[in-house]
Design a protein around this ligand. Structure first.
Ligand SMILES: Cc1cc2nc3c(=O)[nH]c(=O)nc-3n(C[C@H](O)[C@H](O)[C@H](O)COP(=O)(O)OP(=O)(O)OC[C@H]3O[C@@H](n4cnc5c(N)ncnc54)[C@H](O)[C@@H]3O)c2cc1C
Length: 460
C-alpha cells in the first residue's frame, strides 16, 4: 500500500485525507500549527471562538454539501442556517448590500451620476476605435477605465482595490475583476466592493456565477467555523489516518527511486506520494534536488497577502446589525459581528467584533504592537460612532500570513512555469488555495481535495 503524506491540515489537506483514508490508504497529515483547519479554523481562547475573518458554508456542489452536512448527522442543530446579511459603510452611512446601481449613484451625490455617465460614454466611444489590449497583460486599471470610465475608476475601483491589495491598480492583473463575464454596472460594483471577487475569473470547479453562489443558503456551526475541520479530522483518524500537529515540513527530498523523504522539525518521514497544500513560494525552496534558479525565481514571485485580525470583545450585541460590513478609506477593510453568526462564539452577555486589516508580507503593520493596532482601529471606529472604547471589555490580535494569493499583472507566467516544474515530479501534487494559487471557497477546496484523492485512489 502506498504511504501518502499530506502537507498542511487545512480544509484541502483534510478533505484529501478523508477520501484517501476511507479508501484504506495510509495517510499522514503534517500540520505546523497546533490545530487543524488552516484559514478555516477557530481559535478558542477561554470561552471565545475566534474565526479567521467571517466564514460561512454554502455550496451548489451536492456531494460536497451533503458530505459537510453529514458531519453533523443527528445534531443538525449544531450547524444551523445562517442568514446572510452584509452592509457597506459608504460616505458616512450604512448602505444595504447588495447595492443597486441607482442606490450607489444616489449615495455619490448629485453631480457624480452626471460625471460618471459622461466619463463612461467617453470611454465607450473611444473603445470603438482602439484595439483591445492583450488579456495576458491587461491590468485592473486598464480594464476598469476601459469599461466604466475614469470617474468611476477613481471614485470606486481604485480606492477599495488599493486599500485591500496595497498594490497600485496598474500592477494588478485584470483577473482581480470578473472579466470573463459580461456584467452590468451594479453587479460589477458589488463584486469590486467586496473582497471576494477574484474567484469569478477562476470559477472552476463550481458552475454557478458568484451572484448565484451568494444567493445559496449558508450555514454556520454554532461553536465556530472550525468545527467543520475538527469533524473531518476525526473521520480521518477514525479511518486510521495520522495527523501530526506542531510539525513543520522543512525539506522534501526526491530520492533516485522517485520516493520521498520528508524532513520536519521533528524527524524524517518516508513516503511514495506527496500532496502539498502549503504556499507555492514556500514549497519550491524545500524541494531537493534543488530546482533551477529560474523556477526558484518564478515561484518566489507568487506572493500572498497577510491578514491582521483585531478582535474586540464588546458588552453590546448587534453593534453593526449585520454579519459583516465593508469599509473604504479606513485602516481596515471589513468588520464582522460574531453574534450575527452564532451566539455561542462568546459567553452569553458578550459579543466579538472581528476587524480585518490586509497587508503585504513585508508590511510594517505586522511588527506593530497589539496595543498600537488596537488604538489605530479604535480611533477610526470611534470617529465613525460605531462603538466607543468604554464598551470594549478586551481585545486580542492575531496575525496570519499567506491568506490571499496576489494576482499581480504577470502572475500567470510564474504560475505556469512553476506548475510545469511540479508536473515533472511523479506522485507529487500541489493543491488548494495556497498550492494552486487559487482564491476559492471552502466547498471548492473540499472538491479539489476529494478529486485529488479519487485520482490517487484510482491510480493505485
Ligand atoms: C478572511 C477569510 C474569509 C473567508 N470566508 C469564507 C467563507 O465565508 N466561505 C467559504 O467557503 N470560504 C471562505 N474563505 C476561504 C477559505 O477559508 C479557504 O479557501 C480555505 O480555508 C483554504 O484551505 P486550504 O486548506 O487550501 O489552505 P489553508 O487553510 O491555508 O491550509 C494550509 C495549511 O498548511 C499549513 N502549513 C503551511 N506551511 C506548512 C509547513 N511547512 N508544514 C506543515 N504545515 C504547513 C498551514 O498551517 C495551514 O493549516 C475565507 C478566507 C478568508 C481568508
Amino acid at each position: 500500500m502506498k504511504k501518502i503524506v499530506i502537507i498542511g491540515g487545512g480544509i484541502t489537506g483534510l478533505s484529501a485525507a478523508w477520501k484517501l483514508a476511507e479508501n484504506g490508504k495510509e495517510v499522514i497529515i503534517i500540520e505546523s500549527s497546533d490545530s487543524v483547519g488552516g484559514l478555516a479554523r477557530s481559535v478558542k481562547v477561554d470561552n471565545y471562538y475566534f474565526d479567521i475573518g467571517p466564514h460561512s458554508f454554502f455550496s451548489e456542489d451536492k456531494e460536497v454539501f451533503n458530505a459537510v452536512m453529514n458531519l453533523f448527522k443527528g445534531e443538525e442543530g449544531e450547524i444551523p442556517f445562517s442568514k446572510r446579511s452584509v452592509k457597506m459603510w459608504f460616505r458616512g452611512r450604512y448602505v444595504d448590500y447588495p447595492l443597486s446601481a441607482k442606490s450607489v449613484l444616489l449615495q455619490m451625490g448629485l453631480i457624480s451620476p452626471i460625471l460618471s455617465s459622461l466619463s463612461f460614454a467617453k470611454s465607450y466611444l473611444s473603445s470603438l476605435f482602439v484595439k483591445p489590449k492583450d488579456k495576458e497583460t491587461l491590468t485592473i486599471e486598464e480594464w476598469a477605465i476601459g469599461n466604466f470610465g475614469k470617474y468611476l475608476f477613481l471614485n470606486f475601483f481604485k480606492p477599495y482595490t488599493e486599500q485591500f491589495w496595497k498594490i497600485p491598480t496598474s500592477e494588478l492583473s485584470h483577473r482581480v475583476i470578473p472579466s470573463s463575464k459580461k456584467m452590468d454596472f451594479a453587479k460589477t460594483l458589488k463584486h469590486l466592493l467586496i473582497s471576494k471577487y477574484l474567484e469569478i475569473s477562476k470559477r472552476e470547479p463550481g458552475k454557478l456565477s458568484l451572484v448565484q453562489r451568494e444567493s445559496l443558503p449558508s450555514y454556520y456551526p454554532k461553536k465556530g467555523f472550525g468545527e467543520i475541520a475538527k469533524r473531518i479530522s476525526k473521520i480521518v483518524t477514525n479511518k486510521g489516518g495520522k495527523i501530526l500537529l506542531n510539525e513543520t515540513v522543512e525539506e522534501i527530498k526526491i530520492n533516485n527511486d522517485k520516493k520521498f523523504e520528508i524532513k520536519t522539525n521533528k524527524g524524517f518521514i518516508n513516503c511514495e506520494c506527496v500532496v502539498s497544500t502549503i504556499p507555492i513560494n514556500k514549497l519550491v525552496p524545500k524541494i531537493l534536488p534543488k530546482p533551477s534558479i529560474e523556477i526558484l525565481d518564478q515561484s518566489s514571485k507568487l506572493q500572498y497577502l497577510s491578514l491582521i485580525l483585531v478582535y474586540l470583545i464588546t458588552k453590546r450585541k448587534n453593534v453593526l446589525n449585520c454579519q459583516y460590513c465593508y469599509y473604504i478609506n479606513k485602516p481596515y477593510n471589513r468588520i464582522s459581528e460574531m453574534n450575527s453568526f452564532s451566539n455561542n462564539t462568546s459567553p452569553e452577555d458578550k459579543n466579538i467584533l472581528s476587524v480585518e486589516i490586509s497587508c503585504l508580507p513585508n508590511s510594517d503593520l505586522l511588527s506593530m504592537k497589539d496595543s498600537d493596532l488596537y488604538d489605530m482601529c479604535m480611533a477610526s471606529i470611534e470617529k465613525d460612532n460605531i462603538i466607543g472604547k468604554e464598551e470594549i471589555i478586551d481585545y486580542k490580535v492575531l496575525k496570519v500570513s499567506n491568506v490571499y494569493p496576489i494576482y499581480r499583472k504577470d502572475y500567470e507566467k510564474s504560475l505556469n512555469e512553476t506548475n510545469k516544474f511540479f508536473s515533472g515530479i511523479s506522485n507529487f501534487f500541489s493543491i488548494g488555495r495556497q498550492g494552486q494559487f487559487y482564491y476559492g471557497d471552502i466547498d471548492q477546496m473540499i472538491r479539489i481535495g476529494f478529486d485529488k484523492a479519487k485520482k490517487i485512489n484510482s491510480d493505485n
